[in-house]
Write a protein that binds this ligand. Sequence first.
Ligand code: ACO
Length: 424
Amino acid sequence: MKTAKLTLDDWEVELPVTIGSEGEVGIGIHKLRAETKAITLDSGYGNTGSCESSITFIDGEKGILRYRGYSIEDLAEKATFLEVAFLLIFSKLPSSAQIEAFNLELTRHSLLHEDMKKFFEGYPPAAPPMSVLSTIVASLSAYYAPGEDEAGIQLNIIRLLAKLKTVAAFSYKKSIGQPYIYPRNDLGFSADFLHMMFAVPSEEYVVSPLVERTLDMLLILHADHEQNCSTSTVRMVGSSDANLFASISAGISALSGPLHGGANTAVIKMLKLIRDDGGNVRKYVEMAQDKSSNFRLMGFGHRVYKNFDPRARVIKGITDSVLEELGVSDPLLEIALELESIALKEDYFVERKLYPNVDFYSGILYRAMGIPTNMFTVMFSIGRLPGWIAQWREMKNDPHKRINRPRQIYTGPTQQDWVSIENR
Ligand code: ACO
């Protein structure tokens, strides 16, 4: 077995090395503190592996993303979102009987408990949809038992997959003051969601097959991304044996930040700002390079991708044709293309390997499909849910599972004597 040596003062420790199936190398530091009293420091965890996982592989230098070994390009073109969800959660592509049974189960569980409608009534109309989503998902554990055994856990997985899109659509309907539209069992996953979002009781709403397929593809592209901020949060919370709903609710909150899933909303805001400021793209590319401006190009850069983000490439590849088929012309797309073209010629972005990420073009497609900007990160959550569930399940079934509990290097005052309030 390969090992690594670490010396610290007089100590020398031999550390075991784990090699992944794609040749990735991990130095095991499990005994480091016990043998040396030292810990590792890695702010942002850029060099820290928190687990071994067989779900998703990313090679950030080569721009590769695979779920269970299947390339994201193949899955986006050939699979349905439900097939991908099944693949991530149950490790294998489903047979036709399995996908039929999976779909049937999901349609049977897509209704919300009627009492939960009262929750939506309690929110102000302008409530951020991600806050509504995370709190309602956390509240599901008040309605459904946590699931003590595999069958109970599996039932909750189905419930959550089935209900999240209903929660998302209800929160949108509530925000615009329209009546809730209930799920329909005769529609596929994405079509059902679009119907709940856009149908009104007074007229028939027919889901466009192009919009349905585009949505399915966007959800596939977001379905998992190994140990990112929200997924690590799901695993972290779940490591305390908190239930599935609580763990996923925490993941939704983590995703909401503008440096993570909230970036798709921030990109549209930024593109509108540039448009309203006369379309001077170069000015904003320059501002992004000026550290004193505190301005970043949203939708640019990634912790892992240092070449290109394959998801962004797939989205960019279909954006033109989808917009054309839908008969939508979006001036923000022109600004986005110009921004990318100017930025990628600047040394600042080249040297730091900053490329457009998945969030850079996804908002343009969501806008063309009629999805409002404040729902973009909710769409990301619906897409990411199978990944969160697969990672949570893998963590639960890991024979080496321990509660996640990092250490720290304390830098505060050393022991001080108590000072009474009159003497401070
Ligand atoms: N615009 C301008 N400069 C940037 C950008 C950007 N979008 N992103 C990174 N940089 C610069 C940093 O200022 C830093 O420069 P320095 O070395 O001179 O200090 C360098 O590039 C490295 O950046 P870090 O922030 O250290 O990189 P990190 O890996 O921690 O962050 C992140 C990655 C959060 C994605 C970052 O690139 C960013 O803020 N991007 C914009 C937000 C965004 O698009 N987020 C979505 C990510 S994808 C997702 O979550 C689905």
